[in-house]
Design a protein around this ligand. Structure first.
Ligand code: SAM
Length: 340
């Protein structure tokens, strides 16, 4: 998934820095990804650690992580996907409010794909209610729907707006593909791993967990994820509400990490409450907190160091000049070895 702040491209930088700091053998370590997003960081660490704890305040992220981190794939799924892909469309909530031909005229999906999303989402819920599928299968299917629907969304990148005309990738018919982990978990001996997945505000969640390695990847700026990815929450929750305005926004969570006046306080409080020996914070040079501010907080709690990497960040605004100097971003990985 093309996600703001995704660490997909920085995976090896993060992994190398963590192993340089904590040692190559992570097999007895509990690793926590507290702002997990797409779950890509936890997924990369999963084969190497004793346990992964994943958390994010957004429900769509919970769904993805509940699948990628929480599932072990002891179940059959191809027959379920085949059934979903064979369904006839249904003119439901997504079709009416978020597709080309719906009454609201919001071009987020083609008319066919909007109807398909409704049909698939209703079938998944029906299977859950009739106990045809397990909880693991439920989240696997929801994650598969979110990933597949995102591929045919008619947006420039995020769901803050839709495009006027249907773009090529959005014109393709929706096909639900498996959102699964490629690794054979059984041959890796990971079937016994007891991973935990949560959906809470990070500053609450941190008080309820402990472990060895804490990875923090909070939002950098004022753009709230709940607003930018509202449609993923709407498909995942499939609840009833009145979509607001031109973009069909729903009520969304307003994170303190996106507020200039609140972020430093939240950061200090989180570091203070963290019961982890090693803490890594990804942040960039365009963030609400400066490198110096982060450093001065971390230094109060133990041994601090910093890794820097030049990085072309994901741009939501395609009209921005990519060659402009301002688009060059430095990605920081702040490291704290917390004093006992
Ligand atoms: C930079 S993104 C994380 C990206 C992730 N590492 C990845 O590679 O996909 C920040 C994440 O923090 C989440 N978030 C924002 N405020 C939060 C809060 N107060 N508590 C927990 N999660 C929060 C957002 O929903 C978003 O998924």
């Amino acid at each position: 998934m093309n996600y703001i702040g995704s660490k997909h491209k920085l995976s090896s930088f993060i992994f190398e820095t963590v192993t340089e700091t904590c040692g190559k053998d992570l097999s007895q370590k509990v690793f926590c990804d507290l702002f997990a997003g797409t779950g890509i960081v936890g997924r990369n660490f999963r084969p190497h650690v004793k346990q992964v704890i994943a958390n994010d305040v957004e429900y769509y992220s919970y769904v993805l992580n509940r699948n990628y981190i929480g599932n072990y794939f002891e179940f059959e799924y191809q027959n379920l996907l085949d059934e979903l892909n064979a369904l006839k469309g249904n003119k439901g909530f997504i079709f009416e409010n978020y597709s080309e031909a719906g009454k609201a005229g919001r071009n987020y999906f083609t008319s066919e794909n909007g109807q398909k999303i409704d049909a698939v989402r209703l079938q998944i819920e029906h299977w859950k209610k009739s106990k045809t599928i397990s909880e693991d299968q439920y989240f696997f299917l929801l994650a598969s729907l979110l990933e597949s629907a995102d591929k045919v969304a008619n947006t420039a990148s995020v769901y803050g707006a839709y495009l006027k005309h249907i773009k090529n990738s959005a014109a393709k018919p929706l096909i639900i593909k498996a959102a699964k982990i490629q690794k054979n978990l059984f041959s890796d001996g990971l079937a016994n791993q007891e991973n935990r997945v949560f959906q809470k505000d990070a500053n609450q969640q941190i008080k309820e967990i402990e472990g060895d390695i804490l990875y923090l990847d909070p939002p950098y700026n004022a753009r709230q994820y709940g607003a930018n990815y509202h449609l993923l929450n709407t498909i995942a929750k499939y609840d009833t509400f009145v979509p607001k305005g031109k973009t069909g926004l729903r009520d969304y969570y307003k994170s303190d990490w996106c507020k200039t006046g609140e972020v430093l306080k939240s950061f200090e409080e989180l570091i203070e409450n963290a019961q982890f020996k090693y803490i890594f914070l990804s942040y960039n040079n365009e963030g609400l907190m400066s490198q110096e501010q982060v450093q001065s907080v971390m230094e109060r709690f133990g041994k601090y160091s910093l890794k820097t990497k030049k990085y072309q960040r994901f741009k939501a605004d395609k009209t921005e000049n990519r060659n402009h100097k301002a688009s060059e971003t430095f990605e920081y990985l702040h490291i704290l070895e917390k004093s006992p």
